[in-house]
Design a protein around this ligand. Structure first.
Ligand SMILES: Cc1ncc(COP(=O)(O)O)c(C=O)c1O
Length: 466
């Protein structure tokens, strides 16, 4: 591996590289370039230690929904810190912010919710979901129902169980994962997965048939649940084909398999409605939320459970003397207070309506990228965009994986003052803060197009583009 020339690194970069283990990072590149060290943010922009601005077109990690510098969240956190900086919900204890947030989430939920369980991250929420599914299966005397269906290219987190559901090799390699409770079904991506001449609806019907085939092969009474993201995020920012959820949910119902909706990215306005399942018209049995729940100002996540699941789980907890699952920071009062305020701001400012308004412009600008020589697909919903770069548009031929085209594009974009996210299969995601204006959307696409143009020039120079 190459080592950086310390003379080219700032003091902060050098200190970072000596002390911080960077996740989700190409360490070879990092050793050459050093990290981008950020110092502050305002609105949809963040600024590095040299004062240079970047349009944060990923809302951090799909999460900083209200953008940077939201003083109301700062104030409420400070107030709660002074009043009751910590209290837990173990052993029958509780506190105001936790209660208020649980009530608010029950009220907002797009499906009947019995109770809310709190955690700190999307991964913890999804691990909790898996444990609750197993717990419920045992409680119902269906001890054989332990398998969980997840899709290829799904992203559900990185803890041992949630990483097992994640359908991307990078998250398994050298970690001895996935665990064998996971069974895989198709990724739902029309651009890549459809057969020639197949309509979106036909493609969806075929995936539902494949799902039923999988369930029958594995045995319906060995399967507890299926996890879905409304829009598949980290696997490629891919929207579902038309009729997808309408096709798969009856299959799950037929075999008594719970539907777990991972709304860690889509929850709270991202797709133009409060939840992705409303945009795509399906009803889950339980839901994981995180990220925009607190606009990412503090870590907090939650599991929303149907009344049926709560009843089963509580009866089992009574039988065995307690629900022995929680985290020290479950319903952390400061995080909960920030989340309550975040939800209040969404409502007061009609943030989800704002998303619907600006999404039309965002999606039109996104779609127009398909005219770019490098872009095979540019598709999305609400304020999510997924762009796939191809070596040949006619044949949809991908670049060689080793070329790292998406990462290269991300680096050029960063030099052009925009932060995007490189994903597998030469895809790049856009997911700006929900507060973005139309003028800022234009600025986003101007900067992004410059990054794409530079990627194209590079690909031509490399001789990888035809
Ligand atoms: C859909 C989805 N689920 C779960 C997670 C994991 O969340 P966390 O990184 O907070 O553990 C993510 C993270 O991006 C996600 O996109």
């Amino acid at each position: 591996m190459s080592t950086p020339n310390p003379a080219n690194l700032s003091n902060m970069q050098a200190r970072d590289m000596a002390a911080l283990l960077h996740p989700f990072t190409n360490l070879v590149t990092l050793r050459q370039t050093g990290p981008l060290v950020l110092e502050r943010g305002k609105g949809v922009f963040v600024y590095d230690t040299n004062g240079r601005d970047y349009l944060e077109a990923m809302g951090g990690l799909w999460c900083t929904a209200l953008g940077w510098g939201e003083e109301e969240l700062v104030e409420v956190a400070a107030e709660q810190m002074r009043k009751l900086p910590f209290a837990h919900v173990f052993g029958g204890k509780s506190h105001g912010p936790g209660i208020e947030l649980a009530e608010k989430l029950k009220e907002m939920a797009p499906f009947p919710v019995g109770k809310v369980f709190f955690a700190n991250s999307g991964s913890e929420a999804n691990d909790s979901q898996i444990k609750f599914m197993w717990y419920a299966a045992n409680a119902r005397g269906q001890k054989g129902r332990k398998k969980i269906i997840a899709r290829n290219k799904a992203y559900h987190g990185v803890t041992l169980a949630s990483a097992s559901l994640t359908g991307l090799d990078n998250f398994h390699r050298s970690f001895d994962l996935p665990f064998d409770f996971t069974i895989r079904t198709d990724c739902a991506h029309y651009y890549r997965g459809a057969q020639p001449g197949e309509s979106e609806e036909q493609y969806s019907a075929r995936l539902a048939q494949n799902l039923e085939g999988l369930i029958l092969r594995e045995g319906p009474d060995t399967i507890a649940a299926m996890f879905v993201e409304a829009v598949m995020g980290a696997g490629g920012a891919m929207v579902p084909p038309k009729g997808y959820f309408e096709a798969i949910t009856p299959v799950l119902d037929k075999y008594g398999i719970f539907l777990v909706d991972d709304e860690v990215i889509c929850g709270f306005g991202r797709t133009g409605n409060a939840f992705g399942c409303q945009t795509y018209n399906y009803q889950p049995d339980s839901m994981s939320i995180a990220k925009a729940l607190s606009s990412a100002y503090l870590p907090i996540s939650a599991v929303l459970l149907s009344p049926e699941l709560v009843e089963i789980i509580e009866e089992e907890a009574v039988r065995i003397g307690g629900l022995w699952h929680a985290f020290t920071y479950s319903a952390h009062p400061v995080s909960a207070a920030v989340a309550v305020k975040t939800l209040e701001i969404y409502e007061r400012r009609d943030t989800f309506c704002h998303v619907r308004k600006v999404a039309a412009h965002f999606q039109a600008r996104l779609k127009a990228l398909e005219a770019h020589p490098l872009v095979g697909e540019a598709n999305g919903v609400g304020l999510i965009g997924g762009i796939e770069m191809v070596a040949d548009k006619k044949t949809k031929r991908n670049f060689e994986a080793a070329k790292g085209v998406a990462a290269r594009c991300g680096a050029f974009c960063q030099e052009e003052g925009i932060i995007v996210r490189a994903l597998p299969s030469d895809r790049v995601a856009l997911c700006p803060p929900l507060v973005i204006t139309e003028a800022e959307i234009d600025e986003l696409f101007a900067r992004f197009t410059r990054g794409l143009d530079r990627t194209l020039d590079w690909a031509k120079r490399e001789g990888t583009f035809s």
